[in-house]
Design a protein around this ligand. Structure first.
Ligand SMILES: [Fe+2]
Ligand SMILES: [Fe+2]
Length: 183
């Protein structure tokens, strides 16, 4: 049964606009690759060794995401961007992990929107690809929330830079039992 389209539907989106938004996503993936490549190498201290190893894994997963998103942009007939979003730097390990967490929160918020937009356009296969990326981004978010000292106590929501209005859009809250996910 066809659902009638409404001009007043604020979720209405064109394929060109979707390609533009996917290019924003691609810039965020480049940003994540750069951040994880650098942070994984410069984190120092015995307490960060395991975390640095995990950040290297994140870096490789972000590259996979960039390739998938680029393919979707090409499929939509547009040119994938070559420009990353700016990467914040710090010599402080806690800051680095918090920057990563902030980026993951922003990425997740955008991919949730993108899935809905793909489905609005009937691009169900594309929505499914992004859904699979989203699963990994949420794993990254959980890892970072576990490692970031500023997310303690356990009830603290993982929304340092998120506006309050985003709380109801599904940014996860950490619980100890979730944080103990095995690798
Ligand atoms: Fe990613
Ligand atoms: Fe990620």
């Amino acid at each position: 049964m066809a659902v009638p389209k409404s001009d007043a539907n604020e979720n209405e989106i064109s394929r060109d606009r979707l390609a533009e938004l996917l290019n924003e996503d691609l810039s965020r993936e480049y940003q994540a690759i750069i951040a994880y490549v650098v942070y994984s190498q410069v984190l120092t201290g015995a307490q960060y060794m395991d975390i640095a190893d995990q950040l290297e894994i994140h870096a490789k997963q972000e590259l996979d995401h960039a390739l998938i998103i680029s393919r979707q942009i090409d499929y939509l007939g547009k040119m994938p961007t070559v420009t990353p979003k700016p990467v914040r730097t710090s010599k402080n390990a806690e800051d680095m992990l918090r920057y990563d967490l902030d980026q993951e929160n922003e990425t997740i918020r955008n991919y949730r929107d993108r899935i809905r937009q793909c489905e609005t356009l009937g691009e169900y296969a594309m929505a499914e690809q992004i859904r699979q990326i989203l699963v990994q981004e949420q794993d990254h978010q959980i890892d970072l929330a576990r490692w970031s000292p500023r997310t303690h106590p356990a009830q603290a929501p993982v929304t340092q830079l998120a506006a309050p209005s985003r709380l109801d859009r599904g940014v996860v809250q950490m619980r100890p039992e979730v944080a103990r996910r095995k690798r």
